[in-house]
Design a protein around this ligand. Structure first.
Ligand code: FAD
Length: 351
């Protein structure tokens, strides 16, 4: 008799990759389907994490828990996949004005973890109001992480390159047949492409367009990320990522000259160094009205969402994957999924 899978995941961006590896760690039989879209958010993103929101200098959502998971999960996966993609790197925050410098000082005096002062500033950096540092920050090279995950899934015969069409999913008793495979559960992790699915019609998923430049420099520091509202991240070899823009009104994926000029202007305010632009990309972040992810069941039995990772996908994905998989295990024991109301799809679908 055909043995059903535990999980078919649609989408192998950051979300689908993290979920697939986390599910396999729990021994769940998992298959992933992806259409190989080269301009997905994950292929454009810089992949940074940072537990501090620089706007008000406060910890980001669930900073302690998400950081704890991140700092063990990615290194474990590097070892597991025999690949390199996890790069801790402090971020130096150049203060925009005196009031911000005072607030930073206040946060350090209040004992807020994460925020401190750098011992020195790299040569060529302009910081008339001073600068702070967050040492426990860094980036995941997402395209390399996805490629390493893909390689592993292909070796296991657990990956199919195909276009998912929701109307082709069939129900067979308590199970689903997806792309010829029988499964207990189907998880949609297709980022903003999910907006085209009937299954997401009642969910407030929306796009936030972002643009990033690749720039080159022989002289800028490689050991820290610089941030003055826009960031300059040492990426690989001589390449730095300079970004990003945030636009709610636009849902196209075309890079624009206006954003390129604005990013370079902001970088010039922080750096006395010429930058050579070598690439310019745009992508759509999958975001949600209340800025929390969409994790949990969809309306159809056996269908689930792992989406809405927003602007901080790298930091929250491993933590959220654990929440979804815990929910599956509770359901398998005959209990309610119990996924936290702040992230659960139930907050929009329960009526
Ligand atoms: C400019 C920019 C900068 C960013 N910087 C950062 C950052 O520094 N740090 C950070 O944490 N986050 C950052 N983000 C956000 C981050 O990119 C997202 O949170 C994350 O990548 C979303 O991943 P995802 O897997 O949900 O979606 P996606 O990356 O969009 O992946 C969806 C996947 O589904 C596949 N797919 C879609 N439709 C189908 C279909 N019908 N059939 C089969 N497969 C399908 C696609 O090919 C793709 O592989 C940035 C985003 C942008 C745009």
């Amino acid at each position: 008799m055909e043995q059903p899978l535990d999980l078919v995941i649609i989408g192998q961006g950051l979300a689908g990759s993290v979920l697939a590896l986390s599910a396999q760690k729990r021994g769940m039989r998992t298959h992933v389907i992806d259409n190989n879209y080269s301009r997905s958010a994950s292929m454009v993103a810089a992949g940074m994490w940072n537990p501090v929101s620089f706007r008000r200098i406060i910890p980001v959502w669930r900073a302690d828990e998400t950081m704890e998971t991140l700092e063990t999960w990615y290194p474990e996966m590097e070892a597991e996949l025999e690949a390199s993609f996890y790069h801790p790197k402090p971020v130096i925050r150049v203060f925009p004005n005196e009031a911000y410098a005072v607030l930073w000082q206040q946060r350090t005096e209040e004992g807020m973890p994460w925020v401190a002062y750098p011992e020195s500033l790299p040569a060529g950096v302009k910081a008339p109001f001073g600068a702070g540092v967050v040492r426990r920050a860094g980036f995941v090279h997402i395209p390399r992480f996805i490629a390493a995950t893909r390689k592993r899934l292909e070796q296991q015969n657990h990956f199919t390159q195909a276009e998912f069409k929701e109307e082709e999913v069939e129900t067979e008793g308590e199970l689903l047949r997806v792309n010829g495979r029988l499964t207990k559960r189907l998880v949609i992790a297709t980022g903003t492409s999910a907006l085209q699915l009937e299954a997401f019609r009642e969910l407030p998923l929306r796009t936030n367009k972002g643009e990033v430049l690749d720039v080159e420099s022989d002289v800028l520091p490689r050991d820290v990320t610089m941030n003055n509202g826009k960031w300059l991240l040492p990426y690989h070899d001589k390449v730095y990522k300079l970004g990003a823009s945030y636009e709610w009104q636009r849902s196209d994926e075309e890079p624009t000259d206006e954003v390129k000029a604005a990013l370079l202007e902001k970088a010039a305010a922080m750096l006395d160094v010429p930058l050579k632009v070598t690439a310019h990309r745009a992508g759509l972040r999958p975001t949600v009205k209340d800025r929390r992810a969409l994790v949990g069941p969809l309306k159809m039995r056996g269908w689930y969402s792992f989406n809405g990772l927003g602007t901080r996908g790298v930091l929250i994905a491993p933590y959220l994957a654990e929440k979804l998989l815990d929910g599956f295990e509770r359901e398998d024991r005959g209990e309610a999924h119990g996924i936290d109301g702040e992230i659960s799809t139930d907050r929009y679908l329960s009526s």
